[in-house]
Design a protein around this ligand. Structure first.
Ligand SMILES: *Cc1c(COP(=O)(O)O)cnc(C)c1O
Length: 382
């Protein structure tokens, strides 16, 4: 048996121990943590929809209509009207023939990758892909290669040395801990030339990027020929919970037959699907949320540069400040809390060793004054 106490002690000495803060009340620009009020810069609620009155009302209405739980998996009797309508709306939103709901992004990735790749086949993943994509690659049994971050020439070379096998390239659309965009046009070109599939997990791009909020692919003007497999999550900009895969009718039907994390799990509570339909409408109707968010991003970056801070090349609401050591990241996060500001320290193994950071995220729920308060506090503590 493992010595659990020794392992926990090691994590503490290495400043890698993780613990949970207890939050009371909804997400928003301000949150209550362990009884104190903070200005928050760490949620993924990029559009401020997690506590939007219309979304909350739809959740209630959904509960009245469908009850609390779905009671079964989709293939038994769990596939309710609300799920079906949401899938059709998500397909239309992403401009694809079909979409399939999953209970979370983690499960969507496990299910999709393991259904589409297996023994004897090749997977190419960006080194900074989200953990769920890397776990999915391992679970699939395919041979998993990780290429250097966004290095399309390295990927092209390696793919050319490995022709003749079914291959799939997998990338985050927006990298979750860095905020930069994947070079998707180049990846699509490589995939097409090498007859490989391209799958994009746009967890942090959907709702945020593109004039219509259709994400990284809208930003680059790419369609489902270039990127046949698109993953979206609903717990971030949509403000609710769950995830989906969008693509061809054959892709969706294939996943319904083969994606085990789809088949063998209880369907999402239908009330959540009903609420997500409301947040999808708001996300489409209220373009000002994206514009306001972009203004805040510009304001933050400009302010941080004036203060001499090192920013990563991120055009998204994810604006990390690289710190280096886990110890220093924790200390800065604690110092910011002293100023009433909540920003989480992200440490290995979530990010590579030596690249611990403060992962600042902006939201349409913030005001310009909030961003200015953050900048002042950062200047004071650093
Ligand atoms: C958050 C995230 C996921 C997981 O989605 P959940 O719905 O939270 O399980 C998957 N991929 C990426 C890139 C993410 O950032």
């Amino acid at each position: 048996m493992r010595d659990l106490a020794a392992e926990l002690a090691r994590l503490r000495t290495e400043h890698l121990y993780r613990s949970r803060a207890v939050v009371d009340g909804p997400q928003g620009a301000e949150i209550t943590v362990n009884g104190a009020r903070y200005l928050s810069f760490c949620s993924n609620d990029y559009l401020g929809l997690a506590n939007h009155p219309r979304v909350v009302a739809a959740l209630r209405e959904g509960a009245d209509k469908y009850g609390a739980g779905s009671g079964a998996s989709h293939l038994v009797t769990g596939h309710q009207r609300a799920h079906h309508v949401l899938e059709e709306a998500l397909a239309a939103f992403t401009g694809r023939p079909r979409a399939l709901l999953f209970s979370s992004g983690y499960l969507a990735n496990l299910g999709t990758v393991a259904a589409l790749a297996g023994r004897g086949e090749l997977l190419w993943e960006d080194r900074l892909n989200h953990a769920s994509l890397l776990d999915a690659g391992l679970l699939s049994g395919a041979r998993l290669h990780r290429y250097p971050h966004s290095d399309t020439s390295a990927l092209r070379q390696r793919l050319m040395q490995n022709t003749g096998r079914h291959a799939m390239i997998i990338t985050d659309g927006v990298f979750s801990m860095d905020g930069d965009l994947a070079p998707i046009p180049q990846l699509a070109d490589i995939a097409q030339r090498q007859d490989a599939w391209l799958m994009v997990d746009d967890a942090h791009g959907l709702g945020v990027l593109g004039a219509g909020g259709r994400g990284t692919l809208e930003h680059f003007g790419l369609d489902d020929t270039a990127v046949p497999v698109l993953i979206g999550t609903l717990g971030k900009a949509f403000g609710t919970f769950g995830a989906f895969v969008a693509g061809s009718a054959d892709l969706i039907e294939y996943l319904i037959q083969h994606a085990r994390p789809y088949v063998y799990t209880t369907a999402l509570p239908p009330a959540l699907a009903h609420a997500t339909l409301a947040s999808l409408r708001i996300l489409q109707e209220e373009g000002w949320r994206r514009e306001h968010l972009q203004n805040l991003i510009t304001r933050f970056r400009h302010g941080a540069e004036q203060l001499g801070m090192q920013l990563l090349p991120s055009p998204t609401p994810i604006q990390p400040l690289l710190v280096g050591s886990s110890e220093r990241a924790l200390a800065l996060s604690a110092a910011l809390r002293q100023h009433g500001i909540y920003v989480s320290a992200i440490r290995p193994p979530t990010v590579p060793k030596g690249t611990a950071r403060l992962r600042i995220t902006l939201s349409a729920a913030h005001s310009e004054t909030h961003v200015d308060r953050l900048l002042t506090a950062l200047d004071t503590v650093s």
